[in-house]
Design a protein around this ligand. Sequence first.
Ligand code: ADP
Length: 802
Amino acid sequence: MNKITQIFETLEYGPAPESADPALAWLKAHGNKFGHFIDGEWTKPGKTFASDNPATGKKLADITDGTPADVDKAVKAARAAFPAWSALSGYERGKHLYAIARLVQKHSRLFAVLESLDNGKPIRESRDIDIPLVARHFYHHAGWAQHLEREFPGHVPYGVCGQIIPWNFPLLMLAWKIAPALAAGNTVILKPAEFTSLTALLFAEIVEKAGLPKGVVNILTGMGETGAAIVNHANVDKIAFTGSTEVGKIIRSATAGSGKGLSLELGGKSPYLVFEDADIDSAIEGLVDAIWFNQGQVCCAGSRLLVQESIEDRFIDKLKRRMATLRVGDPLDKAIDIGALVAQVQVERVRDLMKKGIEEGGVVYEPDIDLPKGGCFLRPALVTNVSPAHTLVAEEIFGPVLVAMSFRTPEEAVALANNTKYGLAATIWSENINLALDIAPKLKAGVVWINGTNSFDAAVGFGGYKESGFGREGGKEGMAAYLKPSWEKSLKMASSQAGAAAPKPTAKAGASTNPLDASSENIDRTAKMYIGGKQARPDSGYSRPVLGPDGTLVGEVGDGNRKDIRNAVEAARAALSWGTTAAHSRAQILYFLAENLDTRADEFARRLRAQTGESLASAHKEVAASVERLFAFAGWADKYDGAVHNPPSRTIAVAMVEPIGVIGIVAPPSRPLLGAIALIAPALAMGNPVVLVPSERSPLSLTDLYQVIETSDVPAGVFNIVTGDAVALAKTLAEHDGVDALWFAGSAEASAMVEKASIGNLKQTWTTRGLSYDLSDREKFEGDYFLRRATQIKNVWVPYGA
Ligand code: ADP
């Protein structure tokens, strides 16, 4: 039998090598040594570190480790380039992005080979997925640049953006960061990950060739410390980070109180649900893609298989057989499925986790397949006999390791899927469209793929819930992350120093200091908390006097503490179904609330006057504006809708607007009624239960609202009120993992505290930082501004069409 006949007989793969030569020649042309790309020029290499080929361990190049002085130089260049770049017309900026897209396409093979050499990913993936998506991202955003003014009226770029990216999709993550930032008119400093800087450096050359103005894109290489120097630089306006949740939390903490914009795309432990009616062969192929794509080093990897018990044995058996046919090998061989992990430390990390997993009782299956000698290679692994608390189920492994569990009912599948601190992506396999579309909205994840997996497109937002971060990349929501309303850039400090309340009224001279004398009556008229649809006494058993401007006692409220907040958060979490209540019903309830408030307008106006000393006419105006604001958001409840995207594949991506979850709201000290309603109304309209801390000094307008709430059919637990020390209660809310977002109106110092304290579950925060936000301004606050903050987009990918 000759060789060809033999091959036909055995159907064995032969080698299909891609030449490394063009990429090696490019490296050589640079002396295998690189400085930074700052202000359109290459700096001399400084102190360097080696960048290796993980498949062979051979050094590819020496890369400069950026110093704080380098960072400063890059920030200065980006700052200097900003005015002219942001002043260009969208059309002109779009043309620059288009030129980049064209050049990426032109040099796509060089990029693909260099990426595979540097990162270890199979050339099939870098050639067919990473680089085409990079080009697509720049094309897509060229269009955004041009249509910005129409789509985001009144918005401006942040300024200088610091962008820090990981090593798993080096050039793709660069594109996700740089394309929208430039389209919006920002200038950037991008730091690639230390393991994989090479394609970013090649990209810098493309930027040069495309004729981008100097300083618009600066590429700075280095380690984590270089990243930290970018994060901490005072003259950077926004930080965009993709990487580990651990570093994401460090960055959240470092930027707290700085006013810097922040988007975080962090880790994941995404569930892959297979129902008994799934097309099993397709689900297996999908799974290969979900967990062994890029050696499993994918933040949205489908790393937790959840398979229905009735098909579990059959599915696992087929999966093992499929795993045995996977080929691990040289990343530049076009006929391999799994390449090298990025670095030896990563291999060790995966091995350590596996060891721990085995000690905890996990049973590991690895097919008996060949591994190349040397290099950072691992076999694909499947771990069974695990439960939700098992380390390998809970922790992100970032390697070729799949854990498998089973479920019996769809409800159990949802509970297991959501039983994670992460919420990046999820996959559903079922031939029953009703079932799939019933499950998709119940999954707490920013992206859900139905009967497919790992689909990405520039037009479709990507990003997570919970500890997977906040902000989206791609699509309109991704553009929004690089823009802010122009008025927000020019806010001044509130006149009453840093937004703190004007000096508190003190009790009248000669008044008793005995707390027993505080109440003017013998019966207890202290307003209680409002928790779970009922009035509740404060846990502390203490109350606080509410004084009028002249120091007279107007009333008393409970002094809320940690336990009251805990009870209120529990009540709010029990009311999360508010988010799936029909928007029409939510609207009706808000209209009813407005109507009932309006019928008692006079009483509320008098109470406002008693607390603040404002004129009755002005107090009436505040009540009327509050009623109007409730009406406005009742109107929005059923109109702030999503979109349907048409990515270039046979799918649609349904961008659904979902509530964030429980929102903690600390209302501003001034305008005690309108200030609270302006924040409550959008949160409720979009389906978020709230825990409100009313104005510390003038809380009675909210405690008076209990009866209005009760008569307006607001379901129990949707609207909770805890009175007391605003800053102390804000801290408790920030530290509570049951609170998903926190809006805080108050001083700069307290705002910084709130942002820092909220890193535990990475809640999304909105703080006023002592600035003069005038919440009565209808134009600014009656629409998109808070609607966007009260919601997050989930993209559900559904196969569609022929
Ligand atoms: P991964 O899990 O992808 O390795 P990391 O979060 O460790 O993610 O790294 C992602 C990026 O963040 C890299 O570019 C790295 O250099 C950078 N980085 C690491 N530590 C810090 C830090 N403290 N501040 C800013 N950037 C950092």
